[in-house]
Structure formats: structure tokens, C-alpha cells
Write a protein that binds this ligand. Structure first.
Ligand SMILES: [Ca+2]
Length: 359
């Protein structure tokens, strides 16, 4: 199964999950970390935890992971009650976009984000150039994923994933557990430092282990892909994730739009919602060209005409606000499939770009 399929499967039930703001966990687990809640059926015939670990051990060895790695990682491993509790009680409700933005983009975070953007200016410029993703977008993702690296999560990743895989019998987390063992086996990080959210998302970029194996970068060239403590590796890993998930250099992510009352019906008829993809994608319309949107009566902010660019866009409704989002928006949704999240990344990146220009 590809990561994309996993992401789609995993995120079906999980969009716009509200931030969990305690100091123990990063604010927003990525979509990949969230999946259908354990079913009653899963509780039937559940093996004991040691029995479960034995089967994972066998699979790990078959993958070529060293026995010493698995044994060290599994020694004295116990299920984490806090992970089970979080998993079973995770809040999932939609928040109005304005409320969400206000809650996430506090004046404190805005100030710190601008400061970090300036402090890492040269490094970010180099990475932006190499990967084709703007520095402002990289920093916006970093700000929302881990509060600029402050909340990377304290839960031991192997124990968290083992708990989730065992408790709910979910293949997604079993696969992520095996990937976590692969990461340790490669020597990228010592097992005791392999920590992250209760749902298994790791480091300042909040990658699941499978995303780490696919997208993490060693930009400082020390031979380790360190998404926990290396700023060059963190920024390059975020940029690489977006690039590999379809970000096109030089294109914007989207723009805020208005739909007049008179145009509502034409928009409803002319632009149906998508029928495929994760929940956030199914809350978006099919893509239309900007000239089609213009013809349907959609305008920019303050009623301005839409640009004449050759770009397709989908309409996203978020509370009282509307946005036309371009293909690059899809790359942000791949990171975390929730429109509140992706729109906030876009809005933050735009604010950073605007203040960058003015100073
Ligand atoms: Ca490195």
C-alpha cells in the first residue's frame, strides 16, 4: 500500500481535529496519525501484549531489521495507558475557521514565527531555492506542527505505536511500528530519543515513521536525518514532503474569495463537491479554471476580478469565508488532511510574506 493510500484511509474519519494544547503533545497530530477508532470486533481475540510483540518481532526480522535492534526496543516495553485513553477520547469536531485561526495564530506565535523566519533567513532561502517551496510556507508548517519546534512530543514512539497497533488491531499502526524499528536500525536516532506525539508523529515536523522513511532529509550533511534537533534537516524535510506531494514551485496555494448572494445558485450547480479523497477533499468543489469561476460570479476579496492566470482552483467554504485553492493546496492537505489546518498554513504564510515585503 502506498503512503497516499494509507493517508486516505487513515484520514477518512479524521479531519479538522481540534488542537490538543497541553504541553505533553504537539498541537495537531497529522492526518496520518489519526484513524478509525478501535472497534469492538478488534477487542475480540486480542493477543496478549507480549504475544503481539512476538509477531511484530518475527515480521521485523523478516524485513532485515537486526534482532539486537528489536530486542533493545522491546525490552521492558509496556502498553501506555495514556495513549489508549487519548486514542479513545480524541475530540473531533469542526471549529469555525476564524476561531481556529485566532486560537492557533496568537500574537505570541506570530511574533516568534517572524523572528525565526528572520533568524534562519539564509538557510531557508537556500532550502526554498533547492526544493522550490517558499520559506514562508516551510515556516508556517513548522509553526503549526510543533509550535516552531517547542512541542515535539514526549511519548516514546515505539511504545505509543505498539500500544495503538495492539489495542485497536490496526494494520496502519503495526506498519508504522515496523517503520519506527527500521529508523532505529539505521542509526538515525537513539531509541531513547525516538519520541513524539501519543499518536506516533515525530519531531519538529511531526512525521509518522513511514513519512520519515520517505521524505526526511539530511540537509546539514552529518549523515543523520535529524527531525528532532537539526534546523537544516527540519526545514528541508518539510520542504521535501511538500515537493514530493505535488508542490509546484512558483505557484500560490490559494486566495480568499467572495461569492455574491446572486451567484450562490450558479456556484452550487456549476461546481459540485468532489466525491473522492479524504474528508477535507470531499468538502471541496471539483476544480474549475479561474475564468470559469469568474463566469459563475466568484470574485476576489472586495469584489475584485479574479486573476487571468491559467490555474485550476477548487472552492472551499470555511464558516463564513470562502477560498479558491490551487493545486499546491493539495500538497498541504497531504501533510494534514484538514481544511482548517491547510487554510491556516496558507493564511500564515501569506501574513509572513506580507510583513517580509514591508520591512
Ligand atoms: Ca543531519
Amino acid at each position: 500500500m502506498t503512503l497516499r493510500t494509507l493517508l486516505l484511509l487513515a484520514s477518512v474519519a479524521a479531519c479538522a481535529t481540534v488542537a490538543d494544547l497541553d504541553a505533553q503533545t504537539p498541537p495537531d497530530p497529522p492526518a496520518a496519525a489519526l484513524s478509525a477508532a478501535p472497534t469492538d470486533a478488534a477487542a475480540i481475540e486480542r493477543p496478549s501484549f507480549p504475544q503481539f510483540l512476538d509477531t511484530v518481532r518475527g515480521e521485523a526480522l523478516a524485513r532485515g531489521i537486526k534482532a539486537s535492534t528489536v530486542d533493545a526496543a522491546f525490552t521492558e516495553l509496556e502498553p501506555l495507558p495514556v495513549v489508549v485513553e487519548r486514542d479513545r477520547t480524541q475530540a473531533e469536531f469542526k471549529l469555525d475557521l476564524d476561531a481556529y485561526i485566532k486560537r492557533r495564530l496568537t500574537p505570541h506565535l506570530m511574533r516568534d514565527t517572524r523572528r525565526q523566519l528572520a533568524q534562519h533567513h539564509d538557510l531557508l532561502a537556500k532550502i526554498a531555492d533547492q526544493y522550490g517551496v517558499p520559506a514562508t510556507t516551510i515556516v508556517a508548517v513548522w509553526a503549526l506542527e510543533s509550535n516552531l519546534g517547542r512541542f515535539t512530543g514526549v511519548r516514546p514512539t515505539v511504545a505509543a505505536l505498539a500500544t495503538l497497533a495492539w489495542d485497536g488491531r490496526r494494520p496502519f499502526f503495526r506498519s508504522e511500528l515496523l517503520d519506527a524499528l527500521t529508523i532505529i536500525d539505521r542509526g538515525d536516532i537513539e531509541p531513547e530519543h525516538l519520541r513524539g506525539s501519543w499518536a506516533g508523529a515525530m519531531g519538529q515536523v511531526q512525521f509518522m515513521p513511514s513519512s520519515y522513511l520517505k521524505y526526511a532529509q539530511d540537509f546539514d550533511g552529518d549523515g543523520r536525518k535529524d527531525i528532532w534537533t537539526s534546523s537544516p534537516d527540519v526545514f528541508a524535510s518539510i520542504a521535501n514532503y511538500l515537493k514530493e506531494n505535488g508542490w509546484t514551485s512558483g505557484q500560490p496555494w490559494g486566495r480568499e474569495a467572495t461569492v455574491t448572494a446572486a451567484a450562490q445558485d450558479a456556484v452550487m450547480l456549476g461546481a459540485p463537491l468532489r466525491t473522492e479523497g479524504c474528508r477535507a477533499e470531499r468538502d471541496m468543489t471539483v476544480p474549475l479554471s479561474l475564468s470559469q469561476w469568474q463566469d459563475l460570479g466568484v470574485r476576489g476579496l472586495h469584489g475584485r476580478a479574479l486573476p487571468k492566470a491559467e490555474l485550476n482552483a477548487s472552492l472551499v467554504t470555511a464558516g463564513t469565508r470562502r477560498f479558491l485553492v490551487y493545486p499546491n493546496y493539495g500538497a498541504i492537505l497531504r501533510y494534514n488532511c484538514a481544511n482548517a489546518y491547510a487554510l491556516t498554513v496558507g493564511v500564515l504564510a501569506d501574513r509572513l510574506a506580507a510583513s517580509h515585503t514591508h520591512h
